[in-house]
Design a protein around this ligand. Structure first.
Ligand code: MIC
Ligand code: SF4
Length: 644
């Protein structure tokens, strides 16, 4: 028998049922669950709506990390609800300010060899320590909390051989930006990356986490690193060595594909505004004036990341034209940075060290001014995500960001002959769970508190008979979930109130969409490649569904979004012939005579009433997905009692 890759082993160890080939449906057992607040609240509401009582996985943690700053009382309402939900259902509750879910979870709960499912697209962060780590929509996670499996298509596993060692000023962020430059945001769809080779041992766990985290931007199902001596050192640093175990691929492991990357050849890179794959060598954008520099997000907020910024600023002053803001990834990291003097160094340089939270990343705070440039160490720079339509957000490493903060412009530090100052890691970072409330064994009978703005979880409509509906919007390639149901302080306020949230659907793309969709009653959305990339928010399926969107017809669909569409009873269709996209216009009436029969045959025939043309599309649904979809989604399916 050929040897197994690490990811194959992780999948096998958690496999309840499913096929062995890439694309086959697999059902996995889930050991741990993480939630963030902006998606977790809806997931717990669904858990309740499904009549569940106590969570079943070994560890379930709800973080109050996105809405931590509570700039609307509804955010605090969500937190209050989540606190009671955790007590009632038996989960940990991590209070606002404790840090970003992925970062804190890595520090506090990660375990090589276990599986984790999270209501956030960057859950693959945990692949840095050899976990099977997957992001999903809220209802899939609610099912897993109830002890059900997580079902997904088996990814093709790609062996990514790392050789060499990063040179000064080249960082883990540049490794993943290089992959995005080469492969684009579509390059990882249907795939998972397994990092192997001598270069792996040169990378620390936080560096691996940066790479695994931002694999999401490639569209990867997940990325995984072996659990080796570096991993052990990381667990030792956190005083958790007994929770470490070694894990790696077998010598003769077989993979579905392979590629290699020479770390010596990695240059400092920058993603230009709009998409995380608009990557160029730093030299191409050097000289661009920046007015805002923000260091943080789950991708780049580790002790080393922030200490490196402190060392580079080194007592000098941030340029007078620049606002420089630092978001530590966790309170625990923030405390260690303070103890070691780095926070003071940052503050003395004129950088604002703020709460451990997502903060500016999903556009809640520090929204840039019009026509200014913001350089951020984040993972996404989709148009408008910063909270400003037409924003100009560049992505780069913390080191490059620090140099830019000093100069007021993007500068290649190598051109200045600068040597990166060394960063001494502490011998130990003490585990701090002060702000993490453990599960309450006696909480089962406690009441759930719900905010006054909470609305009922909506139900999808079943498919009965033909579908005939207008195209209410036609979009281009790479439409992200931020385009569909935006992040940002205002919209996020309504994550537990779908009718209100629905007002924001496609607002940045077309402010008239909502009225048009409402007037149409039922409608169809047409998109290009990588439709639904980005966040895992199921709201990008639920909110359009609540406006009557019955189908999305695109050239390509992102994995989590496709699953969310099915879960909420929206047809996820892809063109059999992508050129047919050109023959459709907004306002065209599209007709599907027999959705159920066509889905079963996986040959959906759509007639364009204006042109008379027949468009062929596929949905690639399994029998289970088909049944769920036709019933109107998971909740409707469960309610109908078909789930058994
Ligand atoms: C994001 O980075 O876009 C988010 C906000 O963390 C989302 C989740 C959400 O929409 O709340 C994600 O990545 O899944
Ligand atoms: Fe938070 Fe940004 Fe990470 Fe999403 S990508 S979890 S918003 S820090």
């Amino acid at each position: 028998m050929p040897g197994r890759s690490l990811l194959t082993r992780l999948i096998d160890d958690h496999l309840i049922e499913g096929g062995a080939r890439p694309g086959d449906e697999i059902a996995l057992r889930i050991d741990q669950v993480l939630h963030q607040d902006a998606t977790g609240a809806m997931s717990f509401l669904q858990f309740e709506a499904m009549g569940m009582h106590r969570v079943r996985p070994r560890i379930v943690v709800q973080y109050a990390d996105h809405q931590s700053l509570q700039n609307d009382s509804r955010h605090a309402d969500d937190h209050r609800f989540l606190e009671t939900a955790c007590r009632r259902f038996g989960a940990y509750y991590a209070k606002p300010g404790v840090g970003i879910c992925h970062v804190v979870h890595l520090e506090q709960f990660s375990r090589p060899g276990e599986s984790i499912l999270g209501t956030d697209s960057h859950t693959p962060h945990l692949g840095a320590v050899a976990m099977l780590a997957l992001g999903a929509g809220g209802i899939d996670v609610a099912v897993a909390m109830g002890g059900g499996p997580y079902i997904l298509p088996r990814p093709a596993i790609v062996r990514v051989e790392l050789t060499g060692q990063l040179r000064p000023w080249s960082t883990a962020k540049d490794v993943i930006l290089e992959l995005l430059r080469r492969l684009t945001v579509r390059g990882g769809i249907g795939r998972a990356f397994e990092y192997v080779g001598p270069g792996v041992a040169t990378l620390t766990v936080p560096e691996r986490a940066t790479i695994a985290n931002m694999g999401t931007e490639l569209g990867l199902t997940q990325s995984v690193f072996p659990s080796d001596d570096r991993t052990r050192a990381y667990f030792r640093l956190l005083g958790r060595e007994e929770e470490w175990m070694p894990l790696a691929a077998q010598e003769d492991a077989v993979y579905d594909d392979h590629m290699s990357l020479d770390l010596d050849a990695i240059e400092p890179l920058v993603a230009k505004p709009g998409q995380p794959d608009a990557v160029v060598p730093i030299g191409e954008v050097a000289g661009t004036a920046v007015q805002q520099v923000i260091v943080g997000s789950c991708t780049n907020s580790s002790y080393h990341d922030l200490a490196a910024v402190a060392r580079i600023l080194g007592g000098r002053t941030v340029a007078s034209s620049v606002s420089c803001v630092i978001f530590p990834g966790s309170m625990q990291t923030a405390v260690a940075l303070t103890r070691d003097g780095h926070t003071l160094a940052l503050q003395e340089s004129g950088a604002v060290v703020t709460t451990a939270t997502c903060g500016a990343c999903p556009g809640y705070v520090h929204v840039p001014s019009v026509d200014t440039v913001s350089l951020r160490t984040f993972n996404r720079n989709f148009n408008g995500r910063s909270g400003l339509n037409g924003d100009r957000v560049y992505l780069a490493s913390p080191e490059v960001a620090a140099v830019a903060a000093l100069h007021g412009a993007i500068v290649d530090p190598r051109e200045l002959g600068l040597v990166p100052p060394p960063v001494a890691m502490p011998a130990r970072i003490d585990r701090d769970r002060t702000m993490i409330v453990p599960p309450d064994p006696g909480g089962a009978d406690l009441p759930l508190w719900k905010g006054p703005g909470f609305a009922e979880v909506p139900l999808g409509r079943p498919f009965a008979g033909p579908l005939e509906a207008p195209v209410t919007i036609k979009l281009g390639d790479k439409i992200s979930t931020d385009d569909i149901s935006p992040a940002g302080a205002e919209a996020i306020t309504f994550r537990t109130n779908v009718p209100k949230l629905a007002e924001y659907v496609f607002r940045r793309r077309d402010p008239d969409f909502v009225a048009r969709a409402r007037a149409a009653g039922s409608s169809i959305v047409v998109g290009g490649e990588a439709y639904g990339q980005g966040s895992s928010r199921e709201h990008a399926a639920i909110a359009p569904m609540s406006l009557g969107v019955r189908a999305v017809l695109a050239k390509g669909l992102a994995r989590i979004h496709r699953a969310n569409l099915i879960n909420w009873g929206v047809l996820p269709l892809t063109f059999a012939h992508p050129a047919d996209y050109d023959g459709i216009e907004q306002g065209d009436i599209l007709a599907i005579a027999d959705p159920a029969g066509d889905l079963a045959r996986d040959d959906v025939r759509i007639v364009n009433r204006r042109t008379g043309a027949t468009i062929r599309a596929r949905a690639g649904l399994t029998a289970r997905e088909c049944a769920v979809l036709l019933a109107g989604g998971v909740l409707a399916y469960t309610r109908a009692g078909v789930a058994g």
